[in-house]
Design a protein around this ligand. Sequence first.
Ligand SMILES: [Zn+2]
Length: 94
Amino acid sequence: MREIFFILIVILVLLALTAIKYRKTIAGILGVAKMLKEAKDAASGAKAVGGERPSVQLVNCAKCGIWVPQNKALKRGESFYYCSESCKLLVTNN
Ligand SMILES: [Zn+2]
């Protein structure tokens, strides 16, 4: 009866050692998986932000200094942009 108890203890110790060994392995795998997931999330997040962001260049209103998208700005000459017709007229009148 004592021998069976001893064998059970040995088996439990072996199981504990195996569990510790597996725990380290699992922790390592989970760590790598977490890193990959974070990298994937970061990449997809950056991709989503880049996709939503318009590629229109911003230009500075020559009169009031406000930043407006180039496709909505009023252009005068080669390099003068205005946010609105009023800004453009004010500059023209001056
Ligand atoms: Zn303006």
